[in-house]
Design a protein around this ligand. Structure first.
Ligand SMILES: Nc1ncnc2c1ncn2[C@@H]1O[C@H](COP(=O)(O)OP(=O)(O)OP(=O)(O)O)[C@@H](O)[C@H]1O
Length: 250
């Protein structure tokens, strides 16, 4: 398992890969996110925690360009998103409970579709690489509708990394995975972390957050109430701190 102590992130010396300034999201009269300021550097592994309804998924969707903020500015690699969104999306991979797979297509056809969409070169070789990485090479020719949920989630990991994204966003990716699939996901994350890719994870699991990430961010009621590096904290200390911040926010 990847651990914090084994990781350094030389990318930190470079400019941030994600800069969020005063991001706010309103839906109707409801403020879902308010004045989010966040700088994430290349090679960082950031975990976001917070109670149900805090706005974690909404923030992930905005940072991964799936949703537009109501106001505020987002820079990816120093580029304003605006007109560059399609080009910038090629640097981003997303793993969530939504697999983004087409049921009636085979595993191969799904990967072919996404690979072409992202302009992946040597696509056949790349499909072979990612399908082997998630251990599904034996069912490449089967339609996705015949896959179990866990198999679909493994294929969605392959889909999310087919274009070698610089930034990978994961929204509670361990939910519903069996031990074998958890091992596969951890190996993929360890490889990406070693390649200094940037990883942004939502989880409700404190130990996982501390073990995997460089930095933890706590979001409560649409606001960042805490962010700090993980080095100094045990899971128990962090749990205490989390409860204080969540309760302190009312
Ligand atoms: N499309 C939408 N329309 C209206 N309200 C929404 C919409 N999407 C999200 N919300 C509201 O925004 C708030 C934040 O939702 P979000 O899914 O971002 O929270 P979360 O922190 O990811 O929660 P959880 O831990 O339960 O997954 C919730 O109150 C939710 O009801």
């Amino acid at each position: 398992m990847l651990s914090l102590s084994s990781r350094n992130w030389p990318g930190r010396r470079e400019g941030p890969i994600i800069t969020a300034s005063n991001l706010t999201k309103k839906i109707g009269s409801k403020t879902i996110l308010q004045d989010i300021n966040l700088e994430i550097h290349s090679g960082e592994f950031v975990t976001i925690l917070g109670p149900n309804g805090a706005g974690k998924t909404t923030l992930l969707k905005i940072l991964s360009l799936l949703l537009q903020p109501t106001s505020g500015e987002l820079l990816i690699n120093g580029n304003k998103v605006g007109d560059n969104a399609i080009k910038l999306r090629r640097q981003i991979g997303v793993i969530s409970h939504h697999t983004f797979l087409y049921d009636n297509l085979t595993a191969y056809e799904n990967l072919l579709f996404y690979g072409k969409m992202y302009g992946v070169t040597n696509l056949k070789e790349r499909i072979q690489e990612v399908i082997e990485e998630v251990g599904l090479e034996y069912c490449l020719a089967d339609p996705v509708r015949t896959f179990s949920r866990g198999m679909q989630q493994r294929l969605s990991i392959a889909r999310a990394i087919i274009h070698n994204p610089s930034i990978l966003f994961l929204d509670e990716p361990y939910t519903g995975l069996d031990q074998h699939a958890i091992g596969i996901l951890n190996r993929v994350l360890a490889r990406l972390a070693n390649e200094d890719r940037t990883i942004f994870l939502i989880t409700h699991n404190f130990e996982e957050a501390l073990k995997l990430s460089n930095r933890v961010v706590i979001l409560v009621k649409g606001k960042i109430v805490y962010q700090g590096e993980t080095q100094q904290l045990t899971a128990e200390q962090f749990k205490q701190l989390y409860l204080e911040y969540v309760e302190g926010a009312g």
